[in-house]
Every structure is written in structure tokens, then in C-alpha cells.
Design a protein. Structure first.
Length: 452
């Protein structure tokens, strides 16, 4: 069946002109060089459900899309018939300021949602980068902003979901009100599931009142060990920072290029943020500044940044380094107390001639983003031995290493996830129950059933 025929079948089934097989329209939806046969842009959750029912009936493979920020993380798709763009699902069906909840569709950008909430003096403190990422993408990847030490992560704020299942059913999980309910917490199952178990079309979150004041301290250090000691001192203190992040290598250089930002000298940088009442934040900033200087900071600069600006700054530092160059992004997960040691170990292991690195460690999540850049002639597949070594080392810590972005040749040699452990095998079993026809993203995040 040709691309145009697939699009015609979809339009007939959905009762609207929502599909295209135009090669120009399909080009941005390639995954590791593989293009879909059709692009479908549903306008309602019901359209999404009917599209999945049709795909199950026809044996088509569907990959959900937001704005594509996280699509570099995943193996080459085994099959790829339909790119399902959710960007038209951008409504806010309910905003309950009295009960501090918001219900929004999955395709809304976090920037638009932040703006709408701000008009009511509210915030969903999960903003990422420039705000272009979608709410659905945040849920699929279980990503959050830089202020989890204060506000928690998506798991703490998520109340309910509306999901289109692979068989075409449209179901609701969870509740709108903020209280615990006996029974299994189904919404949490979809956090970080990468769209494998169903397509999230709508989500309800707890929101927070806008803080009276937001402040950021940026401290420079001569090297990683000094910065790590300062980070540990703040992490264990009673000061209660909202954000605590350690930057090394080209992440520091990127931060210094950020407009209007005066970054103190040093090879390592620590970013500390506080939210809350004005008097409390002023006191926290002063006390934290003294701690940083006592821990050998070369200087401390104050940035009265908004939450969105802080998130954008750190996202740029982590992922905005020379995007035109070939690059590999490794995402490490460890205990928060191990961030500094794991960063040093990762940088040492991946120090390959012809490449340069940038690293950002998030103490709130125990997550480290390590970015390697190199010249176009770099043979990235030669990193396979070092990645295996790093995975063994992080495994001994009880951690993990994910290949968040890489050329296809390297993905083929080491795999995006490495050896699936307990959590991955559980996900395989859940996937087999909810999506036995392998409609959603086959081969992208889990091996096909035949491969085990």
C-alpha cells in the first residue's frame, strides 16, 4: 500500500482530512533514517483512539510524536507506518485555581501552559528548556525541570491521565482531586513509558502558587572536586534549595555564552536556586553564598532569574553545545549522593582523543547528562568498549547508562538501554499484555517478543 493510499484509508476511518503521505511533510519525522508511510495529525482524543484501532486492525506500527525533542533516544524502529503528531491536542479543558489542579491535552507546549497558569498566578514547576517541549513528551520521558528538590518530580504532581490504548479504547486513570485512593496507581505506570503502553492524550497535575521570589546563585570552582564538596555541603544542609546542579567541561563554556550572564571563573560551576517568600529566599541566598565561598568558590554571582529562564539556561548548557557537530549523549542514573563521583568516573572513562565533553549533574534526580562532540570524521562506533565499561561501573553503583542520542552505527553496537534488567523485563510483560499486536513503536525501546 502506497503512502497516499495509507493516508486515504486513515482519512476515511477518521472522517476528516488528517493524514498525508507527502514526502516533504514526512521528512521531519524520520527516525534514524527511517521515514513513516503517513503522517496523521488528530484534532481530538477520539481521533487518536480511532487511529490506534485502525492500526491494530491493519497491522500498522505507530510512533507518537510531540515536538520531537526526545526522539533521538530509541533504537531503530522495526516497523514504522504512521507518525502520530499530537501537536493539535493543545487545549486546557480545566484549570481549577481553588483546588490547585490543571487538566491539559498532551500536545500543549510547556511554554504555553506556563503562560496560561501564570495568568492565574500558578505554576507547574516542571518546565524544561525553552518551553517548546510538550506535556505529553514530559510524561513519556518522565523528564522534569531543574527544581525537583523543592517541588518533586512528575510522579509527585501527576493526578490523572486520559489514555488511548493500542486497541483503540479511550480510558481515564486517576482522579482530579488531591487525595490518595486505595488501589494500583495506574497513571504512574505511564510515566517514562515512552508511549509504549498507550498514547497519553490528556493529563491532570497538581499546580503550585507562583513563588514571591526566585533567585539563582552561580559559583565557580577551580575543579570538579571542590565543586562536588560544595554541592554535598548544600545538599545535606537545611537551606532547602530548589535546584542544585554541577556543570563541567563544555557545559561551563556554554553557560558563559548565555546572554547577560556573568559566570565566575573556574573549570567547574555549581548552580543553586531557591524559591519561596522574599525574606526567606533572601536569607537562603545569603547563607548559601557563605557556604559556597567557604568551600573554595572562586566567586559567586546572583541571578534573579525566572523559573523558565533558569530551566532554559541549564537545558542549553546540557544539550545546546554545537548541535551542528556529530554528538553522543549519555544519560546516567545514580543515587543523588553519588552524582559527583559518578560524573568524574564517566568523564574519565569517556575521555577519547578527538572528542570534547560537557557534563551536567542534577542532584535532585541523580541524573547526569554527558555530551560528547567531535569532528565529522569521528568513528563513533569505536566508543562501544568504553560505553560497556561505563555501564559495568554504573551497574556496580546500582545505576544505569542510557544512550540518549547517538549515530545509528553506535546504537547498533551497544544498544540504547544495554542489558535489560528487572524493570525492563517487567515492562516487556506489561507491553505484551497491553499491546500484543505491537502497534506502538515496535523495537524502539524494547526488543521484539521473539528476541526476548
Amino acid at each position: 500500500m502506497s503512502a497516499c493510499e495509507v493516508a486515504a484509508v486513515v482519512d476515511a476511518a477518521l472522517g476528516a482530512s488528517l493524514a498525508t503521505g507527502d514526502p516533504v511533510a514526512l521528512e521531519p519525522y524520520r527516525l534514524d533514517g527511517v521515514a513513516p508511510r503517513a503522517l496523521v495529525r488528530p484534532q481530538t482524543p477520539e481521533h487518536v483512539a480511532r487511529m490506534l484501532a485502525l492500526a491494530a486492525e491493519r497491522g500498522w506500527a505507530v510512533v507518537p510524536w510531540g515536538r520531537g525533542h526526545g526522539q533521538g533516544c530509541g533504537d531503530v524502529p522495526r516497523r514504522y507506518d504512521v507518525a502520530l503528531s499530537l501537536r493539535r491536542l493543545d487545549a486546557i479543558p480545566d484549570l481549577d485555581a481553588d483546588n490547585l489542579t490543571v487538566t491539559a491535552e498532551a500536545g500543549i507546549s510547556l511554554g504555553e501552559l506556563t503562560q496560561r497558569l501564570g495568568e492565574r498566578h500558578l505554576v507547574l514547576p516542571l518546565a524544561l528548556g525553552d518551553g517548546e517541549r510538550t506535556l505529553g513528551g514530559l510524561i513519556a520521558a518522565n523528564r522534569a525541570g531543574c527544581k525537583r528538590l523543592l517541588y518533586g518530580d512528575p510522579r509527585d504532581l501527576l493526578l490523572g491521565l486520559r489514555v488511548a490504548l493500542p486497541n483503540g479504547a479511550l480510558v481515564r486513570y486517576g482522579r482530579k482531586v488531591i487525595k490518595n485512593v486505595a488501589g494500583y496507581d495506574m497513571p504512574k505506570l505511564y510515566l517514562g513509558s515512552q508511549g509504549l503502553l498507550g498514547v497519553v492524550v490528556e493529563a491532570t497535575f497538581k499546580v503550585q502558587p507562583l513563588p514571591d521570589r526566585e533567585g539563582v546563585l552561580i559559583a565557580g570552582f577551580s575543579g570538579g572536586p571542590d565543586a562536588a564538596r560544595a554541592a554535598q555541603a548544600l545538599f545535606r544542609s537545611a537551606l532547602g534549595p530548589a535546584c542544585l546542579m554541577l556543570l563541567l567541561g563544555r557545559a561551563v563554556q556554554s553557560l558563559r555564552r548565555y546572554p547577560g550572564l556573568d559566570v565566575p571563573e573556574g573549570r567547574a560551576v555549581l548552580v543553586v536556586a531557591f524559591d519561596g517568600r522574599s525574606a526567606a529566599v533572601q536569607r537562603q541566598m545569603a547563607d548559601a553564598g557563605r557556604v559556597l565561598l567557604a568551600q573554595s568558590a572562586t566567586g559567586v554571582a546572583e541571578l534573579p532569574a525566572l523559573a523558565a529562564e533558569t530551566a532554559a539556561m541549564l537545558e542549553d548548557a546540557a544539550h545546546g553545545l554545537h548541535p551542528e557537530q556529530p554528538r553522543v549523549v549519555l544519560r546516567l542514573g545514580v543515587l543523588p549522593t553519588q552524582v559527583a563521583d559518578a560524573m568524574a568516573q564517566a568523564v574519565g572513562t569517556m575521555n577519547v582523543p578527538g572528542t570534547s565533553f560537557g557534563a551536567v549533574g542534577d542532584y535532585s534526580a541523580g541524573r547526569i547528562d554527558l555530551l560528547l562532540t567531535g569532528e565529522p570524521h569521528i568513528g563513533w562506533e569505536r566508543l562501544d568498549g568504553r560505553i560497556h565499561e561505563l555501564r559495568r561501573a554504573m551497574g556496580e553503583r546500582g545505576g544505569s547508562v542510557v544512550l540518549a542520542a547517538a549515530p545509528r552505527s553506535l546504537k547498533a553496537k551497544v544498544g540504547v538501554w544495554g542489558d535489560l534488567q528487572g524493570a525492563g523485563r517487567i515492562m516487556q510483560r506489561i507491553k505484551a499484555q497491553l499491546d500484543p499486536r505491537q502497534v506502538l513503536s515496535p523495537g524502539r525501546f524494547l526488543p521484539d517478543p521473539a528476541e526476548g
